[in-house]
Design a protein around this ligand. Structure first.
Ligand code: ADP
Length: 189
């Protein structure tokens, strides 16, 4: 099974992806994790990506599309994968469609973990208050920026996948366990 997890920053995609890895035996492909690994390793891509990530913008499509194209070639992806954080805009979604067709792979479902903005913003501000200080205020601003980028660039993927009849919406405001159950239900439906 090949899946996409969509949802705003702070929706719990990473947590749910980890559980799906354990329960369904899928591989999690997180472009955020891959980019952070490149930053930590100090590669050219990492150096380029760091500045962009730090300000809450999206890194260029050719970088992430290239990373994913290479990664899904790996043998461990044969049993299925969860894309977490990719695609993040329409150009990436179209590049993914081409990639999957070329590799004769199918996309089984796109799961949207839906969380209201009000709740996300209060989570973001709560976390900033907990950690305190000026720097954390910056972090709250960056997170709000990332939320704006989500609405602007990533949310248009919802009607895109709806039109492909692949979109399944899950309530991300429930408990972690309840969200996992909803995901299972959506995948079995
Ligand atoms: P989240 O906290 O929402 O899970 P991620 O870890 O997925 O965030 O992503 C962190 C940052 O990495 C993003 O803000 C963006 O700068 C960059 N990034 C990750 N995936 C992509 C992508 N598919 N396209 C462009 N930039 C990306």
């Amino acid at each position: 099974m090949n899946l996409i997890l969509l949802g705003p920053p702070g929706a719990g995609k990473g947590t749910q992806a980890e559980r799906m890895v354990a329960d369904l035996g899928l591989i999690q492909l997180s472009t955020g994790d891959m980019l952070r690994a490149a930053v930590a390793a100090g590669t050219d891509v990492g150096r380029q990506a760091k500045v962009i990530m730090d300000r809450g913008d999206l890194v260029p499509d050719e970088i992430v599309v290239g990373i994913i194209a290479d990664r899904i070639e790996e043998p461990d992806c044969k049993n299925g994968f969860i894309l977490d954080g990719f695609p993040r805009n329409t150009a990436q979604a179209k590049a993914l469609d081409v990639m999957l067709t070329e590799k004769k792979l199918t996309l089984d479902a796109v799961l949207e973990i839906r969380v209201d903005d009000k709740i996300l913003i209060s989570r973001i501000e709560g976390r900033a208050r907990e950690s305190g200080g000026e720097r954390s205020d910056d972090n709250a601003e960056i997170l709000k920026k990332r939320l704006a980028v989500y609405h602007d660039q990533t949310a248009p993927l919802l009607p895109y996948y709806e039109a492909q009849n692949r979109l399944k919406v899950v309530d991300g405001m429930l408990s972690i366990d309840a969200v996992s159950k909803e995901i299972k239900k959506a995948l079995n439906a």
